[in-house]
Design a protein around this ligand. Structure first.
Ligand SMILES: Nc1ncnc2c1ncn2[C@@H]1O[C@H](COP(=O)(O)OP(=O)(O)OP(=O)(O)O)[C@@H](O)[C@H]1O
Ligand SMILES: [Mg+2]
Length: 269
């Protein structure tokens, strides 16, 4: 079953076609990776899917709804959450408070109840805190919930962003380069986290440059180059297409992937 699909999705910026007629389908319960060189249009594709950028043409279907023109919050309401390529956390707020900001759209008590501190507000607040704590537990940050987010090491800040996105229990989680800047130990624990998220029922769409990571955790891969889709299929099939790897990811990457096929361990680029 398809959770998300795009048809002819296109976005132009002035003279540049950042995303060019992309057809893509993300299956329910999968980890789906989008890869490609710098400037290939990966983040723009995520911005189109999450609603930060409007398509020039084409459409996006999410869980049976045409979401092509819906605002960000409406897409979030349908079960979509994301993290960003550059960390976006509130450094001066605690870890728990950061996760709570991911839940503001689900707190439905209303402004009146909040101002008057009516019982409905307390109930909503309590539920939100419980959800936030569960999300922190999922990413392994429970013991750090009262620390200031800015004081966390880098890898933990990235986990915090995932917790904030997961607190709302999305159907689809979009992660833009979650392993960027992580050391190998952090990257492998991130891979385990992504698997846990998928196994708990959230479909994951991610952009990542670390090919070892992509090969290890993806059920499907879409390759973009100059905004166009040049490959779509299981990760194993990419390894059998050295021409695609070599043309679009470079010779070094092709050699690394060929080495992996021969049973060597993953080497992060
Ligand atoms: N808001 C914008 N205005 C103008 N051009 C943009 C805008 N956003 C992206 N672009 C251009 O669109 C192209 C695709 O950019 P995008 O950020 O989607 O690439 P990417 O695949 O995510 O690259 P990276 O791997 O470096 O993150 C680039 O040429 C970029 O300069
Ligand atoms: Mg990007």
């Amino acid at each position: 079953m398809t959770l998300l699909s795009t048809a002819g999705l296109t976005r132009k910026f002035a003279g540049l076609v950042a995303v060019d007629g992309v057809d893509m389908a993300v299956e329910v319960g999968s980890v789906h990776a989008v890869i490609g060189p710098n400037g290939a249009g990966k983040t723009t594709l995520f911005n189109l899917i999450s609603g930060l950028v409007e398509p020039t043409s084409g459409s996006i279907d999410f869980n049976g709804n045409d979401i092509s023109r819906l605002p960000v919050h409406a897409r979030a309401g349908l079960g979509m959450a994301r993290s960003f390529q550059n960390i976006r956390i509130f450094s001066a707020m605690t870890v728990l408070e950061n996760v709570l900001t991911g839940l503001h759209s689900t707190i439905t008590a209303g402004v009146g109840a909040i101002v008057l501190r009516l019982p409905g507000f307390h109930r909503a607040e309590k539920t939100a805190v419980e959800r936030a704590r569960m999300a922190l537990e999922l990413v392994g940050l429970s013991s750090k919930s009262e620390l200031l987010a800015g004081a966390l090491p880098y890898g933990d800040q990235r986990r915090l962003e995932i917790a904030r996105a997961m607190a709302a229990h999305p159907r689809l989680l979009l992660l833009d380069e979650p392993a960027a800047g992580m050391n190998p130990a952090e990257t492998s624990s991130l891979a385990a986290l992504v698997r846990r998220i998928r196994d708990a029922g959230t479909t994951v769409l991610l952009v990542e440059h670390d090919m070892g990571f992509v090969m290890d955790i993806s059920d499907a891969v879409t390759v973009l180059n100059f905004g166009r889709r040049i490959f779509h299929g299981p990760p194993g099939a990419i390894r059998q297409e050295p021409a695609v790897i070599e043309a679009y990811l470079g010779k070094k990457m092709a050699a690394r992937l060929a080495a992996r096929k021969d049973g060597q361990k993953a080497i992060a680029p």
